[in-house]
Design a protein around this ligand. Structure first.
Ligand code: SF4
Length: 474
């Protein structure tokens, strides 16, 4: 679809709101209204106006008055005018209103930090951003849980270590992930560089309290036993044992009893084994190369090896899945009784194979997704879990959310700290992004490592050099 903006420069915000209505479309800036669907957004210093044209004919319009000349207020009225104009034609439910940000619960936390009451923050989000009562209740519940963790983690830091290899690439994947079959020869070189980065990172972690370590990717357990042991030995030697130590064991097809023992032997106290769905037909379709039975087997083996904090990730809205499949997945998880479940809704990412081949699949619509989310939530409730963290992504089917549910005291500290952005997180490995948070000013500085494994290996000294900025930032 096409768009024209006038009197403001809010291109990203304009496209973000259009994505709610026309997900997975191409958004092309233009200067005429006579082709296809065209949105015209204008701001005259006081009013934001949106007009929707189809083949040159005006179909809808809306006008909103800005209450101040703050940039955030201008963003709000521009978004609101677009949403109201488009929805007067589309008539779709807008559970999140015009909120398009990644961290909705943070908005409640920020309001509370400003000294406002929760009722006032909620009222404002409803009135000004059209967020539904149900989502506001979810935001408030999550914000309450997140704040407890943020409070107890004050002054501490987190560490992320990326292992960007996987057995194969999943259909929907947009992460830094390389198929291990092609990259096996480089894995040892990669680990050499990672250990070099760990040794160097001690200058930032020594003398500070490390609250959590998260080894993610990719799939860290794609490494063979000796490689995995080498990485974990280096972590232990350089950083000791934090309160929370997570390793993503994401793909069940990478797990062996020996790897589970290695993880346990290095005091990893939280692992994540992710089926995404327990329906074999879907697993094959999304290129996971494992079955539901293999996941169940890996999970039970992990329990036998003493892993008593296991998270499982699932995705709702995978191609071809309906309520029956969601129920089957949740029933299977209930039998295994993990400590936490992260319920994602499918996001069609630009860098994924799914995006390239989207027209081959029948996708879940917003109404069905709402029912699937309700089913998953009901099962988590039956399992004694509560929502404790949440994030949203662009291009999520039906514009919903990802929610982490957990049993009592089984929250993942790292996940919460990443969402609330109140703690510095040092990140190592290809594609890793370090975040230095200044709590006095609220300013966040990011330092990026290169994404490609080859670049990371050849430019490792440059990665160490880039982190020198932390000496002033931490
Ligand atoms: S397991 Fe995760 S990181 Fe690996 S290919 Fe699949 S989605 Fe990507």
């Amino acid at each position: 679809m096409y768009y024209i903006i006038n009197g403001h420069d809010l291109t990203d915000e304009t496209v973000s709101v259009l994505m709610i209505f026309y997900p997975n479309d191409k958004y092309i800036q233009t200067d005429t209204t006579d082709k296809g669907i065209t949105l015209v957004s204008r701001f005259d210093g006081m009013y934001a106006e949106a007009r929707l044209y189809m083949e040159g004919e005006l179909k809808a319009k809306d006008r909103e008055r800005a209450e101040s000349d703050d940039r955030s207020e201008i963003k709000r009225v521009v978004g609101l005018s677009i949403a109201r104009a488009v929805n007067s034609v589309m008539h779709i439910p807008l559970p999140w209103g015009i909120l398009t940000g990644v961290r909705p619960a943070k908005l409640i936390s920020e309001g509370l930090d400003r000294g406002e009451s929760i009722d006032k923050v909620i009222e404002e989000l409803h009135a000004k951003y059209l967020v539904s009562g149900e989502k506001l209740r979810l935001m408030a519940e999550v914000a309450k849980e997140e704040r407890k963790i943020v409070e107890s983690g004050k002054g501490k830091i987190g560490l992320y270590i990326g292992i960007p290899f996987c057995p194969t690439r999943c259909l929907y994947c947009s992460f830094t992930s390389y198929p291990l079959k092609q990259y096996a020869a480089k894995a040892d070189n990669y680990i050499d560089c990672l250990i070099k980065e760990m040794e160097d990172a001690r200058r930032y972690t020594d003398g500070r309290e490390l609250e959590s370590i998260y080894i993610g990717g990719g799939t860290p357990t794609s490494l063979n036993e000796a490689q995995l042991d080498r990485v974990l030995c280096a972590v232990e030697k350089n950083f000791g044992m934090p309160e929370e130590y997570t390793v993503e064991a994401g793909r069940p097809d990478t797990l062996t009893r020996e790897k589970l023992r290695i993880l346990k032997g290095h005091n990893v106290n939280r692992i994540s084994i992710n089926p995404q769905t327990l329906n074999d037909k879907t697993l094959e379709l999304i290129g996971r190369e494992h079955t539901a039975a293999m996941f169940i087997n890996a999970f039970e083996m992990a329990r036998e090896e003493g892993h008593d904090h296991i998270n499982t990730d699932i995705i709702l809205g995978l191609p071809g899945e309906g309520e029956k499949e969601v129920i089957n997945t949740m029933e299977g998880l209930m039998r295994l009784s993990p400590e936490s479940i992260t319920v994602h809704t499918l996001a069609v990412k630009r860098a994924s194979r799914l995006k390239e081949t989207l027209d081959k699949y029948s996708m879940t619509d917003a109404a069905a997704m709402e029912r699937h989310i309700a089913i998953a939530r009901e099962y988590t409730r039956e399992m004694g879990m509560r929502p404790y963290y949440m994030y949203r992504q662009k291009n999520m089917v039906g514009n919903f959310e990802n929610v982490g549910y957990c049993k009592e005291n089984c929250q993942c500290i790292y996940n919460v700290q990443i969402m609330e952005e109140k703690q510095s997180i040092i990140a190592l490995g290809a594609g890793a992004s370090t975040k230095a948070v200044n709590l006095d000013t609220g300013r966040i500085e990011r330092i990026f490592n290169v994404k490609s494994v080859d670049d990371y290996i050849t430019r490792i000294d440059e990665m160490l050099e880039r982190k020198r900025a932390l000496e002033k930032l931490l």
